[in-house]
Design a binder for this molecule. Structure first.
Ligand code: T3D
Length: 262
């Protein structure tokens, strides 16, 4: 059985981590499949939004620690840097940089690199069953898979240090208060509400949404002049898209727009 299920729903691709017996811990095969599925989704122009979720009671508990322990038992040292370059780096970059919205649908517990994956997405939608623990310090590691970059940007430096150094659980309501997640729904409502949100993104003006996410990320490190120049360049491109024309026409005709993503 594959550790990753890939499913199309209209113009959205849903990726479901599917090792519920190990709380969707990431083993080599699952990470390989995830890199491939994300590359495919990034390259396929017909895919206009990507959702990442988990099966069972967890979203993802990060690195498969049994696999890591197996390495030690064989008398080998794990190649942490190589592993980050091969899997975690590409996964996080694809989620953050692909030219379409990415959404983590947090159905349950997220720990370690599972939190990092959620942070790499553009949006995080959670159920009341979701809870978060960075968990790296508990096994003597530093937070990786992009979380030292993403977490302070998402919740601010002080909260990020609190979450990383103290290693406390962050419950769903607290995560919402911290800005760690964007929405929280009762457990039974997550599937329907998240599907509606992802479908809305997948039928949106994809080029404009792609440029928006790229500009927000790029401009975190830019000065005002650089941001204004970046906006001018991107707006020239968005303004010549068919979806821009459709948006204006739909407004004037008092009807919902039918965006094609081009
Ligand atoms: O290569 C690199 O670059 C290294 C990168 C590392 C990045 C990381 O992600 S480090 C952080 C790894 N994650 C963790 O440390 C979390 C470990 N898990 C837990 O602390 C607990 O499982 C939870 C608090 C998340 C949930 O607890 P609970 O009591 O609800 O469930 P459980 O009984 O602990 O887990 C259920 C099963 O899932 C269990 O299997 P079993 O005993 O029934 O056969 C457990 O071993 C398994 N499981 C949970 N987490 C992992 C795991 N198996 C492998 N790897 C895991 N990370």
């Amino acid at each position: 059985m594959s550790g990753l299920e890939v499913r199309r729903d209209g113009a959205a691709t849903w990726l479901t981590l599917n090792r519920p017996e190990a709380l969707n811990a990431l083993d080599q095969a699952t990470k390989d499949d995830l890199v491939t599925a994300l590359r495919d989704a990034a390259d396929d122009r017909a895919v206009r939004a990507v959702a990442l979720t988990g099966s069972g009671r967890a979203f993802c508990v990060g690195q498969d620690l049994r696999e890591l322990e197996g390495t030690y038992r064989e008398g080998r040292a794990p190649d942490f840097a190589g592993e980050l370059e091969r899997h975690y780096g590409p996964i996080c970059r694809l989620l953050a940089e692909m030219p379409k919205p990415t959404v983590a649908v947090l159905n349950g517990v997220a720990a370690g690199a599972g939190v990092s994956l959620a942070l790499a997405c553009d949006l995080r939608l959670a159920s009341t069953a979701a809870r978060f623990r960075l968990a790296f310090a508990a096994i003597g590691l530093i937070p990786d898979a992009g979380s030292t970059w993403n977490l302070p940007r998402v919740v601010g430096l002080s909260r990020a240090l609190e979450i990383a150094l103290l290693g406390d659980w962050v419950e769903a309501d607290q995560a919402l208060q911290f800005g760690l997640v964007n929405r929280v729904w009762p457990e039974g409502d997550l599937e329907r509400q998240a599907a509606a949100t992802v479908a809305a993104l997948a039928t949106g003006p994809t080029l404009a949404l792609a440029r928006t996410k790229a500009l927000f990320r790029d401009h975190l490190g830019a000065d005002l002049a650089g941001a204004l120049a970046g906006e001018a360049k991107a707006q020239a491109a968005a303004g010549s898209s068919r979806d821009h024309l459709e948006g204006v026409t739909a407004f004037l005709e008092k009807r919902p727009p039918r965006f094609q993503g081009a």
